[in-house]
Write a protein that binds this ligand. Structure first.
Ligand code: ATP
Ligand code: PRP
Ligand code: MG
Length: 297
């Protein structure tokens, strides 16, 4: 690994919105950990892979300097630091992880005079994401002043510090509580698996690829169902049309029953009781649905 280490390091948010889901995903990818006494480090027990628990803002920097080979962080944090860092090598986003979904949005006081993005010209906008906001303003050819605030951005308009804000939104409850309304979206974000841009040795590269494949497998397996049944061969086309299936089902002949088949199909999470009742009506028997835990392409 980098700096002569013989174990891989993954940086994960210590305590916050991404912490639980990040560790859960790593466990589903087959990693088992033991916590250090100071709870800043999780020692990998079954693979040479350890987890570093840090502030999410530190994760891109740890990847850039090569102290960690992988990290789980919001795309918002990754893109902000890439834009702020200018030309320097940036971490590489490998995979979207399907949690931590939110958007960076511009919001304005309810009932105020700002009605379209053009109205932002010449105004002050408070944010914790100055590089993303400045980049968006440039692209929209709007000249506005960016006011940097580390947190509680939503109260800036009430304090007279800014006319508008640019902050993360998911349910919209925080905006509503502060009498703000969303004007436009600057960036859609979710947690991503990111890799260090520093060159690594062959062993580390191989382990990064192996973990990437396991994590992708844990994600694609999540929610998938394996449907197994027996049915009259003649009912197969109708059954196949009915299924929320990702690919063609596997069909097997049955000994001594030429008119019947056994079939197996990988379905999405939307496979429900109504599908099963319909299958029965079409002549299916022995219908079984299993949750898929992991898949390897
Ligand atoms: N309301 C939200 N809904 C869903 N995801 C969110 C929301 N707010 C933030 N996120 C995502 O979760 C990430 C972490 O958010 P959190 O609020 O825990 O960060 P933080 O306060 O900066 O934590 P830290 O102490 O690690 O710096 C954000 O960068 C973003 O990607
Ligand atoms: O649209 P909503 O569902 O209301 O979520 C939006 C809020 O969530 C985030 O803050 P968080 O709650 O993580 O607190 P923080 O500011 O301390 O990070 C974000 O900064 C918003 O304030
Ligand atoms: Mg942070």
């Amino acid at each position: 690994m980098n700096d002569g280490r013989d174990r891989l390091r993954i940086a994960v948010q210590k305590s916050g919105r991404l912490s639980e889901a990040s560790l859960d995903l790593l466990r589903r990818a087959g990693l088992a950990f033991r916590a250090s006494r100071d709870k800043l480090f999780l020692y990998g027990e079954n693979l040479p892979v350890d987890v570093l628990l840090v502030r999410d803002d530190d994760i891109p920097g740890l990847l850039v300097e090569g102290s960690c080979e992988l990290g789980i962080v919001g795309r918002n944090v990754l893109d902000e630091q890439r834009l702020a860092g200018g030309e320097a090598a940036a971490p590489v986003a490998l995979l979207d992880l399907g949690f931590g979904g939110c958007r960076l949005a511009i919001a304005v006081p309810d009932g105020g005079t700002i009605e379209s993005i053009g109205d932002l010209a010449g105004l002050r906008i408070a944010t914790s994401y100055p590089a993303l906001l400045a980049d968006w303003l440039r692209a929209q050819r709007i000249e506005a002043e960016v006011v940097l605030l580390a947190g509680s951005v939503e109260i800036a308009p009430r304090l007279g510090k800014a006319h508008a804000i640019c902050d993360l939104v998911s349910s919209g409850a925080t905006l509503a509580a502060n009498q703000l309304r969303e004007l436009t979206t600057v960036l859609r974000s979710e947690a991503v698996l990111a890799a260090s841009p520093r060159p690594r040795g062959a062993a580390a590269t191989q382990l990064v690829e192996r973990l990437g494949a396991r994590i992708a497998g844990a994600l694609s397996g999540a929610g998938a169902r394996l449907l197994m049944l027996q049915a009259p061969r003649a009912a197969l086309p109708a059954i196949t049309r009915l299924l929320p299936s990702r690919e063609a089902p596997s069909v097997l002949g049955l000994d001594g029953r030429p008119d019947d088949v056994a079939m197996q199909a990988l379905c999405s999470a939307s496979l429900d009781w109504q599908h099963l009742e319909e299958l029965k009506r079409l002549g299916a028997r022995g219908v079984m649905v299993l949750n898929v835990e992991r898949m390897l392409a």
